[in-house]
Every structure is written in structure tokens, then in C-alpha cells.
Design a protein around this ligand. Structure first.
Ligand SMILES: Nc1ncnc2c1ncn2[C@@H]1O[C@H](COP(=O)(O)OP(=O)(O)OP(=O)(O)O)[C@@H](O)[C@H]1O
Ligand SMILES: [Mg+2]
Length: 290
């Protein structure tokens, strides 16, 4: 960074402090994988908690159409999903769950895809409710494994992708297939990689390098390294206890890795179009799903 850029940065920071109206951009990330069971939901939930602790206000959208996911890991049982909000006049604020450290969860289910079938009045009613999410800085979308029509829509809605894999060859092969499809659909945006369940720090680096060099060679696509998470028996224990590992075992290896990833994510420069208000988030939602 040259001197002038440093100064501009200082001015921007100063402006932000003196002018709270000048918000930082809202970031939207979709968490995805090729193979199932590689740790997406655990990463989404614990990363959200880590980011919330660092002063960000996080909304998780549970976009997995299959099994209930985020809610089970958090030990909460939402009675309603976005579908009830759209078609049964159920209030959005009663559908959203506030969990550990204030992380908000919106049970998405299949409802989002239904936005397309709403008439103008229904859309406006939903918009009025959606716009109450004005205090959100980061949206994390947890999807099911692989690529479906539903997950493609969420990928289009988000600005960046977080691709989770483990070091196992089948997970890596499937991760590569996902990147390939993203490139084909021109949805590749910025892909950040997390290697989960690593035996040590070095293997995390080696696996990322391997995936990145394959992707660069055959797809002409570079991947960003977001970090790795060590294999840690406390993750499974915390799932059994329905309490996120960052809450239950704040100093365990997996927790330390998640905190490092949260720092890395906050340090990343933005890609894609900048979104400053929940109105803009809503417009984007309509553009993709509407
Ligand atoms: N770092 C880790 N160390 C040890 N075990 C882990 C780790 N991460 C995940 N697991 C194990 O993997 C299981 C699956 O994790 P999770 O449900 O988060 O995966 P997922 O990718 O969301 O799965 P799905 O594709 O079915 O949605 C967890 O219940 C846990 O037992
Ligand atoms: Mg999951």
C-alpha cells in the first residue's frame, strides 16, 4: 500500500467512525461442498458465532432442502420456514431464531424458490418484513452437498463461495467437480477454500495447494485459501450435545482454527458488487428468485 492509499484508508475509517450512516458493505457467502458430510453446517454455525463475537451481526440462511441441519446442531426446532411466511401469513420475525451470541437463523427450506410465484402484493408484504433485517453485516448460506437448482440460485444470490472439502480423495474430486460446474455456469465468482478435518497444519496447506493447482491448470481458475480446520473429536461431541463446539470447547483445536478463519474472512477485500443496505439485499433476492 503506498502512502496515499494509507491516507485514503485512514480517512475512510475516520468517516466511518464519525458518520455511522456510512455503513460497511454487507457480505453474502454461500457455503458449499461437492461431497456430503464434510462439515459445512458445523462450519457455518461456528463461523457465524466467531464473526458475531468479533462484532459482526450475522444471519444464517439454512438453504438445505433435505435434512434439517443448522437447527439440529444448535438444538433448536423451528416450527416454521420461509414457506409459511410467504403463503400462510406467518410473521417473519417469529420464524427467525436468535441463537448463541445473537446469531440469527432463517429456516429457508424450499420457500425461497417460491418467491417467483408471488404476486406483487405478496411480494410487497414479504419485502416489508424482510427489510426489518437492517442490522445485518454478514449473511452465511448453508446449502446441501453438491449442486441443485436451489443451491445454484443461492450461489447466484451470494457474492462469494466458500467451498469446503476434506483431504480425502473422493471429497477433493467432488470439490473439483463443483468448481468445474461453477466455471461452466460462469458462477465461479470468488471461491474461497476451507480444508476440514486435517491431521495437521501442513496437510491443510498441501491439500489447498493441490486443489488450487489442479483448478488453475485445467480450469484456469485460482482459488483463495481461507484456511483449514483440524480433525477434532470435540466436533462430533458437540454435535451430540447440540451445542456448537466454539461454545462448548472454546479452546479446542477446531475452535482455534475457526477463529483464525473468521479473522481471515474479515481481512479479505471485497469482491463483486457492493451492497450497503438490506434493500439492496432484497433487490438481489428478487432478481435471483423472483
Ligand atoms: N473438524 C472436524 N473434526 C472431526 N469431525 C468433524 C469435523 N468437522 C465435521 N466433523 C464430523 O462430520 C459430521 C458432519 O458434519 P456436518 O453436518 O457439518 O457436514 P455437512 O457438510 O453439513 O453435511 P451435509 O452434506 O449432510 O449437509 C459432524 O457431525 C462431525 O461428526
Ligand atoms: Mg449440512
Amino acid at each position: 500500500m503506498d502512502q496515499a492509499e494509507k491516507l485514503r484508508d485512514l480517512v475512510r475509517k475516520g468517516e466511518r467512525q464519525t458518520n455511522p450512516g456510512l455503513k460497511e458493505a454487507i457480505k453474502i457467502y454461500t457455503i458449499m461442498s461437492g461431497k456430503g458430510g464434510v462439515g459445512k453446517t458445523n462450519i457455518t454455525v461456528n463461523l457465524a458465532i466467531a464473526l458475531q463475537r468479533k462484532g459482526k451481526r450475522v444471519l444464517i440462511i439454512d438453504a438445505d432442502l433435505g435434512m434439517a441441519n443448522v437447527d439440529v446442531i444448535l438444538g433448536v426446532y423451528p416450527k416454521h420456514t420461509i414457506y409459511d411466511v410467504l403463503f400462510k401469513q406467518y410473521p417473519l420475525e417469529d420464524t427467525v431464531i436468535t441463537s448463541f451470541e445473537g446469531v440469527k437463523i432463517l429456516p429457508g427450506g424450499s420457500g425461497m424458490m417460491e418467491l417467483a410465484s408471488l404476486d406483487i402484493e405478496q411480494q410487497e408484504a414479504f419485502a416489508r418484513q424482510f427489510l426489518t433485517f437492517e442490522d445485518i453485516d454478514i449473511i452465511l448460506i448453508d446449502t446441501g452437498a453438491g449442486i441443485s437448482k436451489n443451491s445454484l440460485s443461492f450461489i447466484a444470490f451470494s457474492q462469494e463461495l466458500i467451498l469446503v472439502t476434506t483431504p480425502e480423495p473422493p471429497a477433493l474430486t467432488d470439490a473439483y467437480s463443483v468448481i468445474k460446474i461453477m466455471v461452466q455456469y460462469k458462477l465461479d465468482k470468488n471461491i474461497k477454500v476451507i480444508v476440514n478435518r486435517c491431521s495437521d497444519d501442513i496437510s491443510g496447506e498441501v491439500i489447498y495447494q493441490r486443489l488450487n493447482s489442479t483448478s488453475k491448470t485445467f480450469l484456469n481458475k485460482s482459488l483463495e485459501k481461507l484456511g483449514h480446520i483440524l480433525d477434532d473429536s470435540r466436533v462430533a461431541k458437540s454435535v451430540m450435545d447440540q451445542t456448537p463446539f466454539l461454545i462448548q470447547y472454546p479452546n479446542c483445536p477446531a475452535s482455534k482454527c475457526i477463529c483464525r478463519i473468521a479473522d481471515e474472512l474479515l481481512g479479505c477485500s471485497s469482491h463483486g458488487s457492493r451492497i450497503y443496505s438490506i434493500q439492496q439485499v432484497y433487490k438481489r433476492l428478487l432478481k435471483v428468485f423472483g
